[in-house]
Design a protein around this ligand. Structure first.
Ligand SMILES: [Zn+2]
Length: 238
């Protein structure tokens, strides 16, 4: 992993002054005990956490009450052991026995409407509005050629399968409408175009979330991109 801080080398024993540990067969020349070095190494792998932050977090955990630190360890173990992706929509599902998530198993929802999002966290944000009563499909990313993410790396094939084979959709209901709720970015838009093309002959209504000036904001403060979108997405008033 990238490390921008050279003050605490962990893999090059020759880089630091010989200390009491020099010459021993240890994986690291760090002055920390091995278990602490391991914790720092693992924390430093987290996104946005550099070596220094990892050290800070490790020391925080060393000082923290034992129960608090173990609760964190247990939460990480639980999330990796229990949480799976829904076999229908790829949302996070907490009950491995069920296989599908709480949205897909809820028969009060309109399973003929499928809203397509990039990540489970987008689904959660949309659920928090309480405004949507259909179900979802999580792509697990977006097409990003520069990062080497192609259509085949996403769950687009599973979405098409849900549409073509109603038995594989939640409740065995046929999909009538697909609503694109991708991020309004270059890559989100590109992914939307790809999906529109892939769904052209699927026999479903294809819509996407409206964009434009958010309610309660003022035109003069809206960005150019938001205003351009608002003009393009204008609605008829009569
Ligand atoms: Zn689901």
């Amino acid at each position: 992993m990238a490390s921008t801080d050279d003050s605490t080398p962990t893999s090059d024993p020759g880089a630091s002054a010989p200390g009491p540990l020099a010459g021993q067969a240890r994986p690291s020349s760090s002055a920390y005990p091995e278990s602490v070095t391991r914790l720092i190494d693992e924390l430093a792998k987290l996104p946005g956490i550099g070596r220094r932050s990892a050290e800070r977090l490790a020391f925080y955990l060393l000082k923290a009450a034992k129960n608090d630190a173990l609760a964190l360890a247990r939460a990480i173990a639980d999330v990796k052991q229990r949480v799976r992706h829904c076999t229908i929509c790829y949302n996070l599902a907490d009950d491995p026995a069920l296989g599908s998530c709480s949205v897909c198993t809820d028969d009060r929802r309109d399973r003929s409407q499928v809203m397509v999002v990039e990540q489970p966290k987008d689904l959660i944000a949309l659920e928090q509005t309480g405004a949507y009563k259909g179900i979802y499909h999580v792509l697990m990313g977006r097409i990003a050629p520069l990062e080497g993410v192609r259509a085949g790396d996403l769950t687009i094939h599973d979405l098409l399968h849900r549409i073509q084979h109603p038995a594989s959709n939640a409740g065995g209901v046929a999909v009538r409408e697909v609503i694109l709720a991708l991020n309004p970015t270059l890559e989100g838009d590109g992914t939307g175009l790809y999906l529109a093309d892939a769904l052209r002959t699927a026999g479903v209504r294809l819509t996407r979330l409206a964009r434009g000036v958010p309610t309660g904001s003022q035109l003069e403060y809206a960005s150019k991109a938001v205003l351009a979108d608002a003009i393009q997405e204008r609605r008829s008033m009569g």
